[in-house]
Design a binder for this molecule. Structure first.
Ligand SMILES: Cc1cc2nc3c(=O)[nH]c(=O)nc-3n(C[C@H](O)[C@H](O)[C@H](O)COP(=O)(O)O)c2cc1C
Length: 208
């Protein structure tokens, strides 16, 4: 699979996880791809916590569903009805979870390229996540990003130090297949915009 094909086939997966075992070599290749990402000042400020324990996952799942209910409580009418039909995680069904942390202290204080933009460290972690996502797609696996959580809860659950920020809970594993259309689009929550809407020539031109 070439990179464009992997980009095109990548999906956020919730319902299609089979829970089948994932061999360690494949997992290692996917994590190596994440670890090969570019990073500000070469800090590689990410950590990957592999969560396989059903008890930990069940506890996180309960928390996510409390947060889901909190979000749902702010919706009404068509939005509420549409959201009601959307599955937001595959925490229990996937083979394992990879929680990605951001350690701003790694390589600090003189982080080359971060003096003016503190978020550059966070950007680096997101690039590692995207590498992981594309590599998993190329391996025929699925990934689902779960962000319905309070950072403090997840930090405590996994024993992360106070300065490490949990950036993503990623569900990972074999899937029955990858859908062609993103779930949120299928359910009528929101559709992809045409590329032309986000391209600006020379200066930023507000659209509508
Ligand atoms: C930062 C981030 C957080 C996300 N959080 C969730 C989430 O909590 N639950 C969920 O179902 N999808 C989550 N997603 C997946 C998006 O909904 C998904 O990427 C988007 O709808 C486009 O679909 P696609 O990834 O299949 O192309 C998240 C994606 C990103 C990048």
């Amino acid at each position: 699979m070439d990179v464009y094909e992997a980009i095109g086939r990548r999906r956020d997966v919730r319902a299609e996880f089979t829970g089948a075992p994932l061999d360690e070599e494949t997992l290692h290749r996917v994590l190596s791809a994440a670890h090969a990402a570019p990073s500000v000042g070469m800090t590689q400020p990410w950590d990957f916590v592999l969560v396989r324990d059903p008890g930990t996952r069940a506890e996180f799942h309960r928390h996510v569903h409390t947060e889901r209910a909190r979000f749902a409580a702010g919706l009404s009418g068509e939005r509420a009805a549409t959201f009601d039909r959307i599955k937001i995680d595959g925490i229990l069904e996937s083979t394992l979870s990879v929680v990605v942390g951001y350690d701003p202290e790694r390589g600090s204080p003189a982080v080359l390229g971060r003096h003016a933009i503190a978020d550059a460290g966070l950007y680096s972690v997101c690039l590692a996540i995207q590498n992981l996502w594309l590599a998993a797609t190329a391996e025929g696996l699925g990934v689902g990003w779960v962000s319905f959580y309070r950072e403090e809860f997840l930090r405590d659950l996994l024993g992360m130090p106070a300065h490490v920020r949990p950036v993503a809970w990623l569900c990972l594993g074999p899937v029955a297949g990858l859908r062609e259309v993103p779930d949120l689009e299928r359910h009528g929550w929101r559709s992809r915009m045409p590329l032309a809407e986000v391209i600006h020539e020379e200066k930023y031109t507000p659209k509508d």
